[in-house]
Design a binder for this molecule. Structure first.
Ligand SMILES: Nc1ncnc2c1ncn2[C@@H]1O[C@H](COP(=O)(O)OP(=O)(O)OP(=O)(O)O)[C@@H](O)[C@H]1O
Length: 657
């Protein structure tokens, strides 16, 4: 998926804009080929969900599946609740069992009361006879109300804990995924859907509670109905089948709509982020991107709304059909009860009890069906979450890498005949590349935009694994290494870095090392970040963001100094710097490059920069062109030797005047 335009598309765009003007230069009515205002040139279809196998699996979900999966889902929700809060989980289960028992007691007491009241004899005697039953009814009702309050309290206690626990599993899954997976077609959709599953895990528990409560009351009603006449319960259950089928079909339609709109909803979230947050807000304003993007947002939102409305309408029609069929079937059950009474097969007292039991059971069956359908839909989402955690998309690093741990800090990082192609890309980003970085050596990577420098640096760091060829650290292939152990030996200054809302100290240390003032200040000195310390309100403990009270915002160059400090603080065997001084002023840049030789004494340094005068500091320069190494040598040699390096270098010299 690409948001950029091809040259043809861009030209078509300009042409249509030109033809939309009349010869006097006044805007005319848009031609049929011109895109409508604020439309954007990438059609919504680009953001459709395309995982056919998931959609097919979704379409095959039936009432049978629901019936089979309900017990497992209820158990699973109880297990999840048990894992995060045992007291609440046990309490909820006890409350549900208690509710069922009390419902049965209440119903039996109602039947007993009616029998006592309509029997012959003095009314005072009959009332005295019914009194204990009435006491049971009142006590059962009161206790059920209390249990209801307890259920609400316990569920409220569980919800946030479950939600945070589920969020954490997603963060861990994302951190444990291959960096390359982000490019895999469908991965981000799968992540989004799984994330939705994680968010609804508290619903799973709540809905399971509802189903359990309805089932408990249904069990009580069913027991009383069966005692009164064996035909009533099977009839009632049969009558509910059409409604159950309709509800499950409606749940399936809504679930599939959720899948289908996931890509578009993700794009909406991304647009919202860009329009609302500080990182891109200056560009949004100054380039007048706001109206265009809100137009784009409206169009995408309309397309999502239309899909969701269609699903809601279809679901409503299905439920209406189910309700009508259920109503007709209920009438049959009530008819059967009338027939039993009129034909003398059931006495009047039992009939009174049966009316109440039927009413209770019908309400509970409806509760089981509606709650069950909701629970099953939530269960599908939770299943998507579990599939992601189970590495259904093959993204987990544990699946693609070994567990080897290097016995000592590595001294040689070697790339041998490596080819790399990003997932979903049409061509290789690197082809047959070889490179070595040894301890004590500074190697510079240069080349034009898109030539493969960052990709190669990611391979050297072990962030990416080669498509073919080998990347080895002291003879151990990066594919065999435990990544978390391996990255203890790497410090990376990436092109796009993270500006985290943490204190300056935490932004530098990330909780590693001794984090003492002396250690952090030494790294600050090497990067030039020490110069900004006097401006920080609380020194190293200043919160680096103005989005919260007490925080302080840094400039772009100041942030880059922090990122350099981060890398220097780590004192690793390999230091990779991708455009490390792009935002630095001349003094800070000079300081970094003059300090580099000292830094390289006990580590290998891989330096990527477009400022070719700076690579004079390197021992070796490797020149990349379109994914291949085209030149390699010292600065002196490459500036004299005709080739890509010399021509780029001369251009820069000329620009510099
Ligand atoms: N995450 C990615 N997914 C797919 N293709 C990518 C990705 N990152 C880079 N590429 C492609 O790989 C090629 C090399 O990109 P790379 O970022 O390594 O170039 P570079 O030399 O570092 O460029 P620059 O000087 O602009 O930083 C480019 O054609 C780019 O389009």
């Amino acid at each position: 998926m690409s948001l950029s335009l091809t040259t043809d598309e861009r030209e078509a765009d300009v042409t249509s804009a030109r033809t939309a003007k009349n010869p006097e230069g006044e805007p005319s009515a848009p031609t049929t080929t011109a895109p409508p205002a604020n439309a954007g040139t990438v059609p919504e279809e680009e953001f459709l969900y395309r995982d056919e196998s998931r959609l097919r699996a979704g379409a095959q979900l039936t009432t049978g599946t629901m019936a089979r999966r309900l017990p497992a889902l209820v158990l699973r929700s109880l297990r999840m609740a048990w894992e995060v809060d045992r007291v609440a989980a046990a309490g909820l289960l006890a409350c549900q069992v208690g509710t069922g028992v009390l419902a049965a007691m209440g119903l039996l007491a109602v039947t007993g009361t009616i029998t006592a009241l309509i029997s012959s004899g003095d009314i005072t005697d009959r009332l005295w006879e019914a009194a204990p039953q009435l006491a049971v009814i009142a006590t059962a009702a009161g206790l059920r109300a209390l249990l209801g309050v307890a259920v609400t309290w316990l569920t409220g206690r569980l919800r946030p804990v479950l939600a945070r626990a589920a969020e954490l599993t997603m963060i861990e899954a994302a951190l444990g995924a291959e960096f390359a997976a982000n490019n895999r077609p469908g991965y981000n959709d799968a992540y989004d859907i799984a994330d939705r599953g994680a968010q609804v895990t508290p619903d799973l528990v709540e809905e399971a509670q509802d189903v359990l409560a309805s089932t408990a009351t249904l069990a009580a009603g069913a027991a009383v109905l069966t005692i009164l006449h064996p035909v009533l319960l099977p009839l009632l259950l049969l009558a509910c089948l059409p409604q159950a089928a309709a509800y499950v079909r409606a749940a399936r339609v809504l679930y599939l709509a959720g899948l289908e709109t996931s890509g578009r909803r993700r794009m909406l979230a991304k647009l919202r982020w860009h329009m609302a947050y500080m990182e891109s807000s200056e560009e949004m304003r100054a380039c007048l991107a706001g109206p265009f993007l809100t137009g784009r947002y409206r169009r995408l939102a309309a397309s999502v709304n239309a899909s969701e409305r269609r699903a809601a309408d279809t679901g409503a029609w299905m439920r209406l059909g189910g309700a009508a069929a259920g109503g007709a079937a209920s009438a049959t059950v009530w008819g059967a009860l009338l027939w039993l009474l009129s034909s003398g097969r059931m006495d009047l007292a039992s009939g009174g009890g049966a009316v109440l039991a039927l009413q209770t059971a019908t309400g509970s069956v409806r509760g089981v069906i509606q709650g069950g359908a909701r629970l099953v839909r939530t269960g599908w989402y939770v299943q998507d979450w579990q599939r992601f955690l189970d590495n259904a998309h093959g993204q987990a690093m544990t699946a693609s890498r070994g567990t080897a741990v290097l016995p000592a800090a590595p001294e040689r990082f070697e790339v041998r005949d490596v080819t790399y192609r990003y997932d979903g890309a049409a061509r290789d980003s690197l082809r047959g590349v070889s490179l070595q970085v040894r301890k004590g050596e500074i190697v510079a990577l240069v080349g034009e935009n898109g030539s493969g420098k960052s990709t190669l640096s990611r391979l050297v760091c072990g962030l990416l694994l080669p498509t073919s060829g080998t990347v080895a650290w002291d003879r151990t292939a990066t594919t065999a290494l435990d990544p978390w152990e391996a990255w203890k030996h790497v410090a990376l200054v990436p092109q796009r870095f993270a500006c985290l809302p943490l204190s300056m100290r935490d932004n530098v240390t990330f909780g590693q090392g001794d984090a003492s003032d002396a250690a952090v200040l030494a790294a600050c000195e090497a990067s030039g970040a020490d110069g900004m310390l006097p401006q920080l309100r609380s020194g190293l403990d200043t919160l680096l963001t103005s989005e919260w009270f007490g925080g302080q915002q840094l400039s772009g160059g100041q942030w880059q100094r922090i990122v350099l400090t981060r890398a220097f603080y780590r004192r690793t065997s390999l230091l990779v710097m991708d455009e490390p001084t792009a935002a630095l002023d001349a003094r800070a840049e000079h300081r970094v490059f003059t300090g580099l030789r000292e830094l390289a004494k006990d580590r290998g340094v891989l330096l990527i920069t477009h400022r070719l005068a700076n690579v004079a500091v390197a021992d070796r320069i490797v020149v990349l062109d379109d994914g291949r190494v085209v030149q390699e040598g010292t600065y002196d040699r490459l500036t004299r030797e005709p080739g890509l390096f010399q021509s780029l270098w001369k251009l820069q010299q000329r620009t510099a005047g």
